[in-house]
Design a protein around this ligand. Structure first.
Ligand code: GUN
Length: 288
């Protein structure tokens, strides 16, 4: 019981494969994929995430351009930057780091990122394609979770999967991916009446709430697969997940740690999507 799903190890393996792809693109076509990352405001966690994304790009030989807008940036500044990057032929992928300051409309901003450059998969066209089962760019965290299932031979078909958290970035696309693989999906959230009852019925739990130790050992059945996407930063600088890992691990069949679980997979899947965007764009331009 309690097999640890090692996100760091899978991530390293996939990064190695992606590096080979980037090297090949350089050798054969003299192309380096490129990613533009936009950060609006001063959210400290977002700054760390953006830095990690830029570092991963550097490791692979992907060109990373970082754009910082101030906390009080107006909508027109953000939208005009997106427009500029949409039109910039040297940019393959665009990522607007979420959250952004509350006076800005993030849904509108995501909808303005060209679907072909939308490496997060947050443009409504890409969300629609995913919901129809024809995904183009799949949101990075849910994609990372599906890769983990694949690497550990965890079959989701017919399984009761309970997702805790209904965000546009994780919960909702996660549900779509699982439905597309014939899982039976329940989404729980802050208004769910009896979370414990739902969790006790789960074969697979995927939690993304950011509420430390929300899921305790009495809330899961023996042999459940547990994916912990939650991140809570503690005062001492360490991070913890949504699951009471130490007490739950022996009752679970598989469990992801925090840190070292889903986190590294998110960044790696972003790299995957940037390379895909680069290849797709070149293939399109060769066709025309
Ligand atoms: N904030 C937290 N996760 C993500 C993500 O995957 N993409 C973006 N753009 N912002 C995020």
């Amino acid at each position: 019981m309690g097999n640890i799903i090692d996100g760091l190890a899978i991530s390293k393996k996939i990064m190695h494969e992606l590096k080979e792809e980037v090297d090949l693109l350089k050798e054969e076509k003299n192309i380096a994929p490129s990613l533009a990352v936009i950060l609006v405001g001063n959210d400290p966690s977002s700054k760390i995430y953006v830095r990690n994304k830029a570092k991963a790009c550097e490791t692979l030989g992907i060109i990373a351009q970082e754009y910082y807008l101030p906390e009080d940036a107006c909508e027109c500044e953000l939208l005009s930057l997106i427009k500029q990057l949409n039109e910039d032929d040297t940019v393959d992928g665009i990522l607007l780091q979420s959250p952004i300051p509350s006076h800005l409309n993030i849904a509108k901003a995501f909808s303005k990122i060209k679907p072909e450059k939308d490496v997060d998969g947050f443009n409504p066209i890409n969300i629609g394609m995913l919901s129809m089962g024809y995904p183009v760019y799949i949101p990075c965290t849910p994609l990372g979770v599906m890769k983990m299932f694949y690497e550990y031979n965890i079959d989701v078909e017919g399984k009761n999967c309970v997702i805790v958290g209904r965000s546009n970035i994780v919960g909702k696309p996660m549900a779509q991916l699982l439905i597309n693989k014939s899982a039976t999906v329940t989404i729980c959230h802050t208004k769910t009446k009896d979370l414990k009852e739902k969790l006790l019925n789960a074969d697979i739990i995927i939690s993304a709430t950011g509420k430390s130790k929300l899921i305790t050992v009495d809330m899961i059945k023996e042999g459940t697969v547990i994916i912990d996407i939650g991140i809570t930063r503690k005062e001492d600088g360490t991070i913890s997940g949504d699951v009471d890992f130490e007490n739950v691990r022996d009752k679970a069949s598989y469990i992801t740690p925090v840190p070292g679980g889903v986190g590294p997979m998110t960044v790696t899947m972003l790299m995957n999507n940037v390379i895909l965007a680069c290849k797709n764009r070149r293939n399109e331009s060769e066709k025309n």
